[in-house]
Design a protein around this ligand. Sequence first.
Ligand SMILES: NC(=O)c1ccc[n+]([C@@H]2O[C@H](COP(=O)([O-])OP(=O)(O)OC[C@H]3O[C@@H](n4cnc5c(N)ncnc54)[C@H](O)[C@@H]3O)[C@@H](O)[C@H]2O)c1
Length: 271
Amino acid sequence: MNNALEESVAIEIPPILKGKKVLISGLANKRSIAWGIAQAMHQAGAEIIFSYQSERLKGEVEKVLSGSIDNATLVELDVGSDESLDSAFATIDKEFDGKLDAMVHCLAFAPRETLQGGYVDTLREHYALAQDISSYSLAAMARKARPLMQKAGGGSIISLSYLGAEKVIKNYNMMGIAKAALEAGVRYLAGDLGVDNIRVNAISAGPVKTLAARGIADFTTMLNKHAEIAPLKRNVSVEDIGATATFLASSMSNGITGEVLHVDCGYSIMG
Ligand SMILES: NC(=O)c1ccc[n+]([C@@H]2O[C@H](COP(=O)([O-])OP(=O)(O)OC[C@H]3O[C@@H](n4cnc5c(N)ncnc54)[C@H](O)[C@@H]3O)[C@@H](O)[C@H]2O)c1
């Protein structure tokens, strides 16, 4: 039935996060995957705190939220800095009365040089930076979120990955290595935190034209190829990803942890 190449239509989200306190990171602009997730979780009834990377991005985040999600709390969080993690989570603790039900880790970074040519040419400092921001940050944020989720009686942590973690995807290079580490991290964190009823999962999303994606050489070719090959014959939308993230944040997914769920219109199953 769905043979269109364009993105899917709006999805009806039931109020499954009513009264839940959620931290969403990675909102940069209206194209961000974090925005799709935020809209779905807002519709589901969640109370949301948004973290933004730096003062430079704050204005754009306020602009995106204005008229859609008013009066949301914004907190600066650069995951490359322990001081920033400390101060952001102190604010979140205060704003949310010590409790957090769900956290969305929706950020990554690799220097542009590593997203073209071959992985073989990756410099040591570029490797370290990409791993630090894109993979280690999930553990760092989970450690800070843990006491707040313990107070909430449990929680759900959701990260974003891509097929390049599992398969060689042209130009994805360094980010593929970082996402492989991220996905292994999801499993280890799920192993650590299950005792506190904290679940940790990732969504492996199909390609979406965002600011971060524009850093990958030849991204449009990747998008076209996905839409052509995927069983659903289209690319995934941020609404698709937002709906799945909402499900993973809710008690409807209570038995799921340590998983990497493909939200890619089926692309990854094709031979
Ligand atoms: N766009 C895609 O095709 C695609 C596919 C699968 C997975 N993902 C993943 O989705 C997530 C969100 O990316 P996006 O595509 O929405 O792009 P985006 O550019 O909208 O978001 C990336 C975010 O990472 C943040 N960030 C980078 N360095 C940071 C730091 N040091 N501290 C805090 N935040 C930092 C940026 O500020 C930005 O908000 C990333 O993990 C990305 O790898 C994207």
